[in-house]
Design a protein around this ligand. Structure first.
Ligand SMILES: NC(=O)c1ccc[n+]([C@@H]2O[C@H](COP(=O)([O-])OP(=O)(O)OC[C@H]3O[C@@H](n4cnc5c(N)ncnc54)[C@H](OP(=O)(O)O)[C@@H]3O)[C@@H](O)[C@H]2O)c1
Length: 472
């Protein structure tokens, strides 16, 4: 297996280097790249944040976060890696600090051709000042600077458009990598690989053959220490707007005829821009786990939804009247993310006969099952034929999502990043849902912690004569 190894020197500047995303995801991902010998001889990791500290102190934090994430540490490798790590304290809003940062970066890598990656590991409120200051402190207009911005992009379609126009004042679109870490998951990437390699699957996944599509993303954890953020967004904006609509697009799109990013973005956009929520309380169920208002920093009268189930449609001829059900929630019985494509039954098949199903398991297991119905003696039985959905640990798939996506930025592979148009399209559908919830003063119903969520989620599927597929 040919592994991609970075040859060219680069500098990775992590804005918000003192935060959760940096500590929990980015530092361990960089270590993983070092373990797999993917890093070049010359590279520099520069942490940037407001808190004053020395590079030595930052290196210790960097090492501690890696030790927390990995059981067996290669001490020598870690020591060598730390020699490439340094820290620069500054204000995100101060241009003078960015000019000093530029000088510091130039002192690290003398050559103008060194690739610079600016990772936005900060709350969205600080995106604009960093973009402006990075843009205005440029010494050379044609430097190779790439911006990696992690979702959420805006809070609605209007603010996302505004952010993109703002960014365009300083940077070309081809310098910007819009990241949804779900697209870095090997299980999600394997949706594309499986569809791209199997005509059998694509024949089954065409609108006229499909009875309904179900996407389930259940989390066992509650809000944990992200209450401040979660209270402002709720689960529809947090989970559905990007992660789950992206999964839907990968399932429902036509297969791109080339494996290049533009072609994929075009097909996903065709689905996302056609998504439709019919404004009726019958098409939405909101829930909140009972223990939510007892969580740290959650107001006692909070109406934030920690569970949502939606009934949507795709306004395209091929998907006409095929319901799409999406449900996601926190503090549920188990962590489980899976997609079910339920096929239509023959007209002569009995009501109680099980349909054919394609089940794409994304988390915690990665596998694809096809439910076939057969008669054993006189009895009709549904049997599953299962295959691994991805080669669990070979080649690039051994890497955590942030490491894979960092490699992709370096090799300028945009396949697993988002396009501006897709983001606007997903916000437009979420805006319609949010406005409907506001207009109708919808409050979430309570559901028991560690349950399967509110029972009323069944009304969504039952009105079409279907039921959620669960393995319980
Ligand atoms: N955490 C996750 O697992 C996760 C998952 C998916 C997406 N994201 C996204 O990734 C980004 C970073 O997430 P995070 O959890 O690491 O954020 P965070 O811990 O809240 O913030 C990161 C750093 O930004 C600085 N900061 C925080 N609030 C600030 C403010 N109001 N003004 C100026 N600086 C501020 C702080 O550093 P200093 O004070 O030292 O400068 C902080 O350590 C966010 O956009 C988040 O939505 C996070």
């Amino acid at each position: 297996m040919n592994l991609f190894r970075i040859k060219k020197p680069f500098i990775l500047i992590i804005f918000g280097a003192s935060g959760d995303l940096a500590r929990i995801k980015l530092f361990p991902a960089i270590y993983e790249l070092a373990v797999q010998n993917r890093l070049p001889k010359n590279f520099y990791i520069v942490g940037f944040a407001r808190t004053e500290k020395s590079s030595k102190e930052f290196q210790k934090e960097f090492a501690d976060s890696i030790k927390k994430a990995h059981k067996d540490i290669n001490q020598n490798l870690l020591k060598n890696l730390l020699a490439h790590v340094s820290y620069f304290a500054g204000q995100y809003t101060e241009q003078a600090d960015f000019i000093k940062l530029r000088k510091y970066l130039n002192s690290l890598a003398k050559s103008n051709s060194t690739t610079k990656l600016a990772y936005f590991s900060v709350p969205p409120i600080i995106f604009k000042p960093i973009i402006k200051n990075l843009g205005e402190s440029r010494f050379l207009p044609n430097e190779d600077l790439r911006l990696i911005i992690e979702k959420p992009f805006g809070q609605d379609a209007q603010s996302a458009r505004d952010l993109f126009h703002f960014t365009a004042r300083y940077f070309n679109e081809n310098c910007i990598y819009l990241l949804d870490h779900y697209l870095g998951k090997s299980s999600v990437q394997s949706l594309l690989n499986l569809r791209h390699s199997n005509r059998l699957l694509n024949l089954m996944m065409k609108g006229p053959t499909v009875a309904n599509i179900q996407i389930t993303a259940f989390e066992k954890v509650g809000v944990e220490d992200r209450a401040g953020y979660f209270e402002q967004v709720g689960t529809i904006k947090d989970m559905v707007q990007s992660h789950l609509l992206q999964i839907l697009a990968l399932i429902a799109m036509s297969i791109p005829i080339t494996e290049n990013a533009d072609s994929l973005h075009r097909e996903k956009y065709a689905i996302l821009s056609a998504m439709k929520f019919i404004e009726s309380k019958k098409n939405i169920v909101l829930g909140q786990y009972k223990g939510y208002t007892k969580e740290k920093n959650v107001p006692k009268n909070s109406h934030a939804e920690t569970f949502a189930a939606l009934r949507l449609f795709i306004d395209r001829e091929t998907w006409y009247k095929t319901p799409i059900y999406i449900r996601t929630g926190k503090r549920l019985r188990e962590k489980h993310t899976f997609v079910v494509v339920e096929l239509k039954k023959f007209a002569f098949q009995g009501k109680d006969e099980e349909p054919n199903r394609l089940i794409f398991e994304l988390q915690p297991e990665e596998k694809l099952s096809i439910c076939l119905v057969n008669k054993i003696g006189n009895e009709t039985q549904s049997q599953e034929v299962t295959t691994k959905a991805s080669i669990a640990c070979s080649g690039d798939y051994c890497l955590p999502e942030h490491a894979l996506l960092l490699l992709d930025v370096i090799r300028e592979n945009r396949l697993h990043f988002l396009s501006f148009q897709e983001i606007i399209a997903t916000w437009e559908i979420v805006d319609t849902i949010s406005n409907f919830m506001k207009k109708n003063h919808m409050n979430p119903e309570k559901y028991a912690d560690d349950s399967l969520g509110p029972n009323s989620q069944n009304n969504l599927t039952e009105m079409d004569g279907f039921k959620w597929f669960d393995r319980h």
